[in-house]
Design a protein around this ligand. Structure first.
Ligand code: GRF
Length: 214
């Protein structure tokens, strides 16, 4: 059973889905800590009232980014985290931190990467006029939203969509995608050991492909 820490900054709906997913049979992971850089994050309340250990680590209380990350790293070690999931965590992590957790640090992004990296990806998808968007779970590398892809789920972009309606549809897909992707990583079915792509080892896991049957 792998130990997973989840980093949040706000609402925490993906964190909630990851926590719920940990109860699934054969999930292969346990959520050992929820850490928020914002003490008032709604997600922290949910975690503590649902039996998950929540910790606030306010980045504003640290003199430098390095000092904040050193404390974050120490907290993850104390929690015995094997993997770390970013779930709406709104701080950019340094190359040093990312390297220390290489292959063990996951993120979810609300677009089909490499399209629409960075902020407001749903609006970027609308502006580009794409018919399909979705979400991507990926390993975190030094370049934002560019690490090896683990899983993706596609959703339609409808002609009367606005940023909110598209974001809601993608968010539902995020909740269905993140925990099975994490589970596959925790069970050693997919890993990032070399190069710039994640490798599947073992049988094809269709949960990593949110699209029509193949
Ligand atoms: C999600 O859309 C996630 O993909 C993005 O930020 C949002 C966080 O939402 N990185 P929540 O806090 O998980 O509800």
């Amino acid at each position: 059973m792998k130990q997973v820490a989840i980093l949040i900054s706000g609402r925490g709906s993906n964190m909630e889905a990851l926590c719920q997913g940990s109860h699934a049979p054969k999930a292969g992971y346990n959520v050992c800590r929820v850490i928020s850089n914002r003490p008032k994050a709604e997600g922290l309340n949910w975690a503590s009232t649902n039996g998950f250990e929540g910790v606030a680590l306010d980045h504003k209380q640290f003199p430098t980014k390095a000092a904040f990350e050193a404390k974050l790293h120490a907290e993850l070690i104390t929690a015995k985290a094997d993997y770390v999931c970013l779930a709406g965590f709104m701080r950019l992590l340094s190359a040093e931190f990312v390297q220390a957790w290489r292959g063990r640090l996951l993120n979810i992004h609300p677009s089909l990467l490499p399209s629409f990296a960075g902020l407001t990806p749903q609006q970027k998808a609308l502006d580009a006029g794409v018919r399909i968007s979705g979400c991507t779970v990926h390993f975190v590398s030094e370049i934002m939203d560019a690490g090896p892809i683990i899983a993706q789920t596609a959703v339609p972009v409808l002609s009367d969509d606005n940023e909110d309606t598209l974001s809601d549809r993608i968010l539902k897909a995020e909740h269905l995608t993140y925990w099975p992707a994490l589970s596959a990583v925790c069970k050693g079915q997919i890993s990032w050991t070399e190069g710039d792509r994640a490798r599947l080892s073992g049988p094809l896991d269709t949960k990593l492909y949110g699209c029509l049957d193949f």
